[in-house]
Write a protein that binds this ligand. Structure first.
Ligand code: G1P
Ligand code: ZN
Length: 542
C-alpha cells in the first residue's frame, strides 16, 4: 500500500554537483532521507513508468537507504529500478548503466572519498539521463522543493532482498537486482585490449591494486584477477566495508600510503593502482615511481591509440585549469584540441557531449573519457595496463620517455586547510588586484608573463564561469595558481598549485619539491600567506 506521510522541511538540503553530503547521524534523522528523495522526484517530470538506476559505495547506511529509495520510487510511479546486488554500484558503473540502458536517471549513494562509518559521511547524488551529475538548475530545483516539502509518498511493502539476483515487484514497480560488474566489464571490453593485457600478466608482469575497502573491490577482483588473470592476491583491501576499515578511501600518496610505500620498496611489483570510495578517482604508480595525475592524463593522451576504443585518435583533451599543462603539450604535438576548464568534473560534460574532447582529467586524481559522464578509476588503471601491454616497457621508462619527448611539468599542490574565511577572502582579493600590476615584473629568475582571475567561456553553450582562481604565469611555462576550495567544510581551504616546465633537454630527474623550491617560496611571499593566515607552511602537500 502507498502511504502519504506528513513531514517538515530540513533547511540544509542544498545539493552540490557531488550531491548532498552530510554526516551519517544527519541522514539517520527520521524523514531526512525520505524528504530529500521525494524532493528529487518532485523536481523531475516525466518519469512515470520509467527506469532508475540505483546503487552505492557500500558505506554505512547504504543498505537501509537502498530500501527507502526503492519504496519511495515505487510510490511515486517509477516503472523499474535497476539496483546493484548488495546495493553496490560504483559511480562510473551507474553512469555506464544509465547510458547503456537509456534510463531516466540514477541515484548514487556515496560521499566519494570522505570517511564512512556511523560517524562518517553519507551522500546522495542524482544523475541525469546522459549519465552525468544533475546540472545546477536541477540541484537548485531539488533544494527549492526540499524547503517547501510537506509530505512524502512511500510504499509500506516489506524490504526486498537486494542480495539475490533477479526481478521482484514493489507495488507495480519492477526491481531488477543486477551483478554490479557485468555491464561495466562489457563496456571496458569495448575500449581495451583484454587479450594483450592477459598476455602481459602471463609474461610475469605483476601488479597490486588497492581498493581501500571501498566499492572497486568487486570490480577489481572480477576484472583484474578474474578476466585478466593478474594472479590471486593482486587486489588488496578488496571487500567493501561500511567504514572502509576506518581509513580515508582516497587514492593519493597520503591516504593510500601502504600502496605508495610498497611501490617504493624493494619488493614492489611492476604496477600499482588505487581508487576511491565510489570508484571515480585513481592513483597510478610503477616500481619506484609515482605518476602525478597531470602526467597520467598526458601519457594516456600520447599513447591513446594503442587502446582499441581510442584507436581512431582523440578529438581533444580537456584539463581543469589548475591541472598541469603537460597534456596541452601532447595535444599541440599530435595536433588535437586542448581545453582548460574550471575545477570540477561538470565542466567537461559539454565538451564530451559535443564531441570536442575525448579525454579529460583533473590534478585531483580524476581521469576519464567520453565512455561515460563521470571520472573513472578502474578505467584509468585498465588504460595504463593496455598501454604497458603493447609497449612492454616499465612505468618508469614510459614516464621518462614521455618527459624526454615533451618535457616535464614539475608539479605540486599545497593546501592550507581550515584557515579563517575573511583572511582567505582578503588574500584572494589582494591577488586579484595584483594581477593588473604583476605582468612584466621579475622575481629572481622568474618573469611574470601574464596574470588573471581565470574565466571560462564554454564553447558549447557560451556560458561564462568567472572568478575561478588567480593564475600567475611566468615566461618559460612556470605557473602559480591560487584558488579557494569549493568542497571544504570548515573555514576556508586555500589551494596553491605550483608548476615548473623543464624542456626535454633539461634536468628531468629532480625531486619535485626541490625542483620547485624557489617557486614554492614565491607562492608564499606573493600572496603574503603567513602574514594573512598565520600559516608558515601548508597542511597537505600532494
Ligand atoms: C576538489 C578538487 C576538484 C574536484 C572536486 C570534487 O574540489 O580540487 O578537482 O573536482 O574536489 O571531487 P575543491 O575542494 O578544490 O573545490
Ligand atoms: Zn569519488
Amino acid at each position: 500500500m502507498i502511504r502519504t506521510v506528513a513531514t517538515k522541511p530540513f533547511p540544509d538540503q542544498r545539493p552540490g554537483t557531488s550531491g548532498l553530503r552530510k554526516q551519517v547521524p544527519v541522514f539517520q534523522q527520521p524523514g531526512y532521507l525520505e524528504n530529500f528523495i521525494q524532493s528529487i522526484f518532485d523536481s523531475l517530470e516525466g518519469f512515470q513508468g520509467q527506469t532508475l538506476v540505483l546503487g552505492g559505495d557500500g558505506r554505512f547506511f547504504n543498505r537501509e537507504a537502498i530500501q527507502i529509495v526503492v519504496k519511495i520510487a515505487a510510490a511515486n510511479g517509477f516503472g523499474r529500478i535497476v539496483v546493484g546486488q548488495g546495493g553496490i554500484l560504483s559511480t562510473p558503473a551507474v553512469s555506464a548503466l544509465i547510458r547503456a540502458r537509456h534510463t531516466f536517471g540514477g541515484i548514487i549513494l556515496s560521499a566519494s572519498h570522505n570517511p564512512g562509518g556511523p560517524h562518517g559521511d553519507f551522500g546522495v547524488k542524482y544523475n541525469i539521463g546522459g549519465g552525468g551529475p544533475a546540472p545546477e538548475n536541477v540541484t537548485e530545483a531539488i533544494f527549492a522543493k526540499s524547503k517547501a516539502i510537506s509530505a512524502y509518498k512511500i510504499s509500506d511493502a516489506p524490504d526486498i532482498d537486494i542480495d539475490r539476483l533477479g526481478t521482484v515487484k514493489v507495488e507495480s514497480m519492477d526491481i531488477e537486482v543486477v551483478d554490479p560488474v557485468a555491464q561495466y566489464l562489457s563496456l571496458m571490453k569495448t575500449l581495451f585490449d583484454f587479450d594483450a593485457i592477459r598476455s602481459l600478466f602471463a609474461s610475469g608482469f605483476r601488479m597490486r591494486f588497492d581498493a581501500l575497502h571501498a566499492v572497486t573491490g568487486p570490480y577489481a577482483h572480477a576484472i583484474f584477477e578474474g578476466e585478466l588473470k593478474s594472479g590471486a592476491g593482486t587486489v588488496v583491501n578488496g571487500t567493501p566495508l561500511p567504514d572502509f576499515g576506518g581509513h580515508h578511501p582516497d587514492p593519493n600518496p597520503t591516504y593510500a600510503k601502504d600502496l605508495y610505500d610498497f611501490m617504493m620498496s624493494a619488493s614492489a611489483p611492476d604496477f600499482g593502482g588505487a581508487s576511491d570510495g565510489d570508484g571515480d578517482r585513481n592513483m597510478i604508480l610503477g616500481r619506484g615511481v609515482y605518476v602525478t595525475p597531470s602526467d597520467s592524463l598526458a601519457i594516456l593522451a600520447a599513447n591513446a591509440t594503442l587502446a582499441p576504443g581510442y584507436a581512431k585518435g582523440l578529438a581533444g583533451v580537456a584539463r581543469s585549469m589548475p591541472t598541469s599543462a603537460a597534456s596541452d603539450r601532447v595535444a599541440a604535438k599530435i595536433g588535437i584540441r586542448s581545453y582548460e576548464t574550471p575545477t570540477g568534473w561538470k565542466f567537461f560534460g559539454n565538451l564530451l557531449d559535443a564531441g570536442l574532447a575525448t579525454l579529460c582529467g583533473e590534478e585531483s586524481f580524476g581521469t576519464g573519457s567520453n565512455h561515460i559522464r563521470e571520472k573513472d578509476g578502474v578505467w584509468a588503471v585498465l588504460f595504463w595496463l593496455n598501454i604497458l601491454a603493447h609497449r612492454r616497457i616499465s612505468v618508469k621508462e614510459l614516464v621518462t620517455e614521455h618527459w624526454r619527448t615533451y618535457g616535464r611539468n614539475y608539479y605540486t599542490r599545497h593546501d592550507y586547510e581550515e584557515i579563517d574565511l575573511n583572511a582567505a577572502n582578503g588574500l584572494m582579493g589582494a591577488l586579484r588586484d595584483a594581477t593588473k600590476s604583476l605582468p612584466g615584473k621579475s622575481f629572481g629568475a622568474h618573469k611574470v608573463e601574464a596574470a588573471d582571475d581565470f574565466a571560462y567561456h564554454d564553447p558549447v553553450d557560451h556560458s561564462v564561469a568567472d572568478h575561478q582562481g588567480v593564475r600567475v604565469m611566468f615566461e618559460g611555462g612556470s605557473r602559480i595558481v591560487y584558488r579557494l576550495s569549493g568542497t571544504g567544510t570548515v573555514g576556508a581551504t586555500l589551494r596553491v598549485y605550483i608548476e615548473h616546465y623543464e624542456p626535454p633537454a633539461g634536468k628531468l630527474d629532480q625531486e619535485t619539491q626541490a625542483a620547485l623550491a624557489d617557486l614554492i617560496a614565491l607562492s608564499r611571499s606573493l600572496a603574503e600567506i603567513e602574514k594573512r593566515t598565520g600559516r608558515k607552511a601548508p597542511s597537505v602537500i600532494t
